[in-house]
Design a protein around this ligand. Structure first.
Ligand code: 5GP
Ligand code: MN
Ligand code: MN
Length: 480
């Protein structure tokens, strides 16, 4: 790998255009020298492959948590010209709008520590989890249309949350341009019974506490303080999103051939951004993204209800405000300055988090001075982080940062390597309660299956594409 890469600075490595004849732009991999050892050649090659796609701007990028994905690497960021570029389902991923939200509380870690087992049990009961898990909500056809069109707003208007929650979501919890008529019957039927469900494996509900403050001003703006209990939700668009991705990979693969796009890897199937095929995918993808926002909003509401019952205190008293909700698997039409010119581009973030700077118009007033909250989960045994977006990040990475620690080991490998019960006992010995649908899930998700979240976050912090605000530690985790 070191023979291929050119070092740009301590945390930036370039895949030169000369590496493969088909590359239109160079690749940029944001990693430290230490993390470079965890990077496999397959991921590097995926970065190079993405650089072959028409209309790609500046660089094909990978964040420090990057690892092998479907066509595009997970941890990949690529922006394509609105007219000359392409849209690709593989650049978004199967779990469309998988994302993270963080909820603050007025509770102190000592208020909850001794009740953790019961609290995790209650959360596990209240929020259905597991592969095909079903919800108490059965959406009708017209409700599903509203969910696809309006996202979080549907949830809030139907009693699942507060109006102010919407201000604290990326894009107010909705992508415009969704069109339910572009979603298959199969995707609809998978979506109807799953609103308000967690899903499996990597998705989680986590009770955490703020353990360290790096930036007091930003922490104040986000309503975070040391010792405080916070709550993190990680999930996406469930079967509906998966089906929409599956459906459109077929359509878009045909379109790639139709429009004569040369692909170094079939999984990079894409279509010209303004073609009917690409636009149909985008409209369906927006439905899935909005479904995921509604899903996280319903889960938020049920979580608040669990806390209210459990602590015998009401929502206002508990101060369970939404800090922020970010997507980390989505394509969006955004305006960026490229070579000194304002330009509209389709930014694909796949396993990458939007990280917009202070003053950006998409931020609520309370965050305008400090920038967008950037939520980076670690693992059930290592720290997670809250950062804020920066102006530098807009220039370097289209306003993006990493989305987690990133795997060093596949699920299959981890299941082979670790024993679920042992991982659980070790975490318990460290005061972390874990409950999962099956012990194998705990093995697959063992902290050692992931890179060091601290090392990964330090890369984006040192590059100043997002700056650290607080560190949080896990106390209780409900896994899908
Ligand atoms: P992904 O969306 O790629 O499945 O996961 C995003 C990130 O979540 C992973 O890279 C990993 O760092 C993190 N993660 C996975 N499981 C857990 C967990 O149980 N708790 C926390 N805090 N983070 C996790
Ligand atoms: Mn995710
Ligand atoms: Mn997901």
């Amino acid at each position: 790998i070191l023979d291929i890469l050119t070092k740009i600075n301590d945390n930036t490595w370039e895949v030169p255009k000369s590496y493969k004849p088909f590359m239109r732009v160079p690749g940029r991999i944001f990693v430290s020298e230490t993390l470079l050892h965890d990077l496999d050649k397959g991921t590097l090659d995926q970065v190079a492959n993405v650089a072959s796609l028409p209309g790609i701007q500046k660089y094909s990028m990978a964040m420090p948590d990057a690892h092998l994905g479907y066509g595009f690497p997970i941890g990949g960021v690529a922006a394509f010209d609105k007219e000359e570029g392409v849209i690709s389902p593989g650049g978004v991923g199967f779990d469309i709008n998988c994302g993270v939200r963080l909820i603050r509380t007025n509770l102190h870690k000592e208020d909850v520590r001794s009740h953790m087992k019961e609290l995790v049990d209650e959360l596990f009961r209240a929020i259905p989890s597991g592969v095909g898990s079903k919800s108490r909500i059965r959406a009708s056809d017209s409700e599903l249309d509203d969910i696809f069109l309006h996202g979080s707003k549907w949830a809030v208007e139907n009693g699942y949350g507060e109006k102010t929650d919407l201000d604290h979501c990326e894009g107010r919890g909705c992508i415009e341009g969704a069109d339910p008529s572009k979603v298959s019957e199969k995707a609809r039927s998978r979506g109807k019974p799953q609103i308000g469900t967690l899903g499996s494996g990597n998705h989680f509900l986590e009770v955490q506490y703020v353990d360290k403050i790096y930036d007091q001003e930003a922490a104040d703006a986000f309503g975070l303080e040391e010792g405080q209990v916070v709550f993190m939700i990680h999930c996406g668009s469930r079967g509906a999103g998966h089906q929409i991705c599956t459906d459109y990979i077929k359509t878009i693969s045909r379109a790639s051939k139709k429009y004569g796009i040369q692909l170094p890897d079939k999984q990079l199937a894409c279509a010209p951004a303004q073609s009917p095929e690409a636009q149909d995918y985008f409209k369906a993808m927006a439905c899935a993204a909005n479904y995921a926002w509604a899903n996280r909003q319903v889960i938020t509401h049920w979580t608040r209800a669990v806390f209210e019952r459990f602590f015998g205190r009401d929502m206002d008293d508990l101060g369970m405000d939404l800090v922020y909700d970010v997507a980390h698997n989505v394509a969006k039409l955004e305006e960026h300055i490229i070579d000194g010119m304002k330009k509209e581009v389709y930014v694909h973030r796949k396993g990458a988090t939007r990280a917009f700077p202070p003053g950006h118009h998409d931020l609520p007033d309370v965050y305008k001075a400090v920038g967008q909250p950037v939520l980076i989960p670690g693992s059930m045994g290592t720290p997670s982080y809250v950062l804020h977006g920066t102006e530098a990040g807009m220039g370097v990475a289209f306003g993006s940062a990493c989305h987690g620690a990133g795997r060093v080991m596949s699920r299959a490998h981890a299941k082979h390597e670790f024993f679920g019960e042992t991982v659980k006992e070790n975490l318990e010995a460290r005061g972390i309660t874990v409950k999962a649908t099956h012990p194998s899930v705990i093995a697959e998700e063992a902290p050692d299956a992931y890179k060091s979240s601290s090392e990964v976050v330090d890369v984006v912090h040192n590059l100043e594409i997002a700056k650290k605000v607080v560190r949080v530690l896990p106390m209780g985790v409900a896994k899908g």
